[in-house]
Design a binder for this molecule. Sequence first.
Ligand code: NDP
Ligand code: MG
Length: 381
Amino acid sequence: MQRIAILGSTGSIGTQALDVIARHPDEYRAVALAARSSAGQLAGQVGRFHPAAAVLTNPPEGFVGTNECQWSFGEEALLDICAREDVDAVLVAVVGIAGLPAVLRCIECGKKVLLANKEALVTGGELVMRAAKEKSVPILPVDSEHSAIFQCIQGRPNARPVRIVLTASGGPFRTWSLQQVRAATVEQALRHPNWSMGRKITVDSASMVNKALEIIEARHLFGLEADKIQVVVHPQSIVHSGVAFSDGATLVQMGLPDMRVPIAYAMSYPDRLPDVAPQLDLTDIGALTFEKPDFARFPALALAYRALKEGGTAPVTLNGANEVAVQLVLEKKLPFFRIASVLEAAMDRLPGQPVACVEQVYEADRAARSAAQEAARRWIL
Ligand code: NDP
Ligand code: MG
C-alpha cells in the first residue's frame, strides 16, 4: 500500500490521479489532499476518499472544513503535508512557482516526489536536483513528455542518450499565420486540440511557453545540454517524446493522449498498473506527422534556449514573467500575442545572475514579476 498526498487535488492532474487511485484501492490510498480555494470540490473529495488531512491555502471566507478529517489552512499547511509521517509519496500538481517550496520540503523529508509541476524545476532545477541526489529522493516525472523520455531510458544505465526528442502538439495556433496569431483571443487560446488541462498550462501550450518550460525541465531531469534537446511538432499527440542513442536508434513512447498513463507510471514505477487508459491502435490513427517548430510565430521557444544559456536566474525570470503575463491574458488585460514580448522585455531587463540558494530564486521571481508588470503596461488593453 502506497500512501499518497496530492497537492492540487481539485485540478486536472489531481482529479485524474484520484481516478487512478479509485481504480486501485488495494495499492494506493490518498492520505492527504490539498487545493487553493475550491472548498466545495475538496470537501466532496474528502467525503469520497477519506484522507486523514485536507488543506486549502486560500479558503473562502468563513469556511472551517468538515468533521470527516483534519483540515488546515494556509501556505505553511500545504508544506506540512509533505512532512507527514503517513505519507510515502507526494504528487505535486499545483500551478506555478508554488510547487518549488513543496518539492524542496518533500526532498528534505525524504518523500518520493511525483512531479507534475514543471515550474519547480524551471525555477529551482539545480537546487532541486542537487538536493534530491544528496538525499537519494526519487523525482518521478508526470509531465507526459518527460515521462516518455524516462520510460525510454529505463534499463539502459550505460547508454546515455545523445539527443532528446521533445514532441509538441503545436497547440491551437499551429497552422495559423503570424497575422492570425497576432489577433488571437484568449478563448481561442483556451481551445487545445488534444488535451483537456488547467487554464494556465492551456494558454502556455498555445503560446508554446509550455514547450519552453519543458525544454528547461528536461535539461534538469536528464542532464543533457540545451543543444541536445530538439523540439519536434507532432500534431496527433501520440508520440509523447523519446531519445536518440549514438548508434542512430531513436526510441519513443506512444499512447493515446491520456495523462492517467504518466500519472500512474510515476505512482507504480518501476512496475505498470493494469487498465489505466484505453489501448492505442495504430491502425485507427493511420498517420503520424512531424514538423519543425516555427520560431518566428512562437518566439517563446528561443527564449528557453536563451534562458538556459544565460543560466542562474534567467529561467526564473522567464517563468515569473510568464505567470504574470498569462494571468493578464486570462483577465483579458493583455493580448495573447504579447506574452512572448513581456517575457523578452523582462529577460532583457534582468540578465541571468548565479543562484546559490532558494531565497535568491524567490527574490528573482519577485523581480521578474514586477519587470513583467511594468513591461505589460505598454500593451495593456
Ligand atoms: P489546474 O489549474 O487544473 O489545477 C491546479 C490545482 O492546484 C488545483 O487543485 C488548485 O486548487 C491547486 N492550486 C493552484 N495553485 C495553487 C497554489 N498556489 N497553492 C495551492 N494550490 C494551488 O492545473 P493542472 O492540473 O492543469 O496543472 C497542475 C500542474 O501540472 C501545472 O504545473 C502544470 O504545468 C502541470 N501539468 C499539467 C498537465 C495537465 O494535463 N493538466 C500536463 C503536464 C503538466 P483550486 O482548485 O482551489 O484552485
Ligand atoms: Mg507536457
